[in-house]
Design a protein around this ligand. Structure first.
Ligand SMILES: [Zn+2]
Ligand SMILES: [Zn+2]
Length: 349
């Protein structure tokens, strides 16, 4: 019998408890991992604090209680259920958060990431903020040789950036705008650079994040210190704007100016989720501009993961550059507090 330690949320109100759970056993189609690294995501903070975003979340997904929090992780497989054939004990894996049903229309046509009956690891299913975690075997991605556990734990969030980059279809010589320098923005900057962008411009309002971005090959704009529309105009000269913009902030106010920064016939990829409806002038900003828009929700399973693995193994990107703090799981209160302060990605190790 094993006793595990887990960060458990018992009810829909602020907080969670660090508790012991006796003898968890994987079901037939599940695996159990010894968690080696787990990252804090915005969703975890919302769940922990049970704020308005978390409450809104419950309109789309059935949040499970009690719930082991956490969904971005890697680990070593220590046990498999009786029907698991794709994963074996000893495998080094990372987990996909979107749990596809495998039978709906979207799953059948290959859009598993946007399944019509999607489960969410760490929301509708117990998560990974625990020293041992159980997960459906179908969301385990075997990490190739050369990928560390810490890097593996970052495949899920950096996979969002990767998928945004896939849909951005950057051509050599393009100017790419990354709107938002949080962890996913920082992954996206690295990726846009290796896709042949002549220039990557990054906007944020947080000096700490801008300074982190400055370590990468990018031109930064602090939107609180200068007018980002004017700054982008100067940087893009006669093009009249960037070829491609990737929106990561989810701030509704960004939509008041982002269209002005994209050139005619340009492309907008949206990743950040605004918490309220956004007014858009379709005539001016989309039709007359000839703008293409693509929304991103999750990583393509497993296309995005494979692309990302190749980039990491071949050292084209450095995921760990985005990590600023590491904690033990029992220090969760301190870690969650830090996540609200100046920080990049925070890991439990
Ligand atoms: Zn996440
Ligand atoms: Zn499905």
């Amino acid at each position: 019998m094993i006793i595990i330690k887990a960060l458990l949320k018992n009810k829909p109100e602020f907080g969670a408890e660090y508790v012991e759970i006796n003898d968890p056993v994987p079901k037939a189609k599940e695996i159990m991992i010894k968690t080696k690294a787990a990252a804090i995501c915005g969703t975890d903070l919302h769940h922990y604090e049970w704020d308005e975003t978390a409450i809104n979340f419950t309109k789309n997904f059935q949040v499970k209680f009690p719930l082991i929090l956490g969904h971005e992780c890697s680990g070593e497989v220590v046990e498999i259920g009786s029907e698991v054939t794709n994963i074996k004990v000893g495998d080094k894996i990372a987990l996909e958060t979107h749990i596809p049903c495998g039978i709906c229309y979207q799953c059948r046509i290959g859009n598993l990431h946007n399944c019509q009956n999607m489960g969410l690891y760490g929301t509708t299913y117990n998560g990974c903020f625990a020293d041992y975690a159980i997960a459906p075997a179908k969301v385990a991605f075997v990490l190739p040789e050369g990928v560390s556990y810490e890097e593996g734990a970052l495949f899920e969030p950096s996979g969002v950036a990767m998928r945004g980059i896939e849909e951005a279809t950057i051509q050599p010589g393009d100017t790419v705008l990354i709107y938002g320098c949080g962890p996913i923005g920082q992954f996206a900057i690295q990726m846009a650079n290796i896709c042949g962008a002549a220039k990557v411009i990054a906007i944020d309002i947080n000096p700490f994040r801008i300074n982190m971005a400055k370590e990468l090959d990018v031109i930064t704009i602090n939107a609180q210190e200068e007018d980002p529309v004017e700054a982008v105009k100067v940087l893009t000269r006669d093009k009249g704007g960037v070829d491609i913009a990737i929106e990561l902030t989810g701030a509704a106010s960004v939509y008041q100016n982002i269209f002005k920064m994209i050139r005619l016939e340009g492309r907008l990829v949206t990743i950040g989720h605004p918490s309220k409806e956004v007014a858009v002038n379709f005539t001016r900003d989309i039709n007359q501009k000839g703008l293409a828009i693509k929304g991103i929700f999750g990583r393509r399973i497993w296309n995005t993961w494979q692309h990302l693995a190749e980039l990491v193994v071949n050292e084209k990107i450095d995921l760990l550059k985005v990590v600023t703090n590491r904690y033990k799981l029992k220090q969760y209160e301190e870690a969650f507090k830090k996540a609200h302060e100046d920080s990049g990605k925070i890991l439990f190790v």
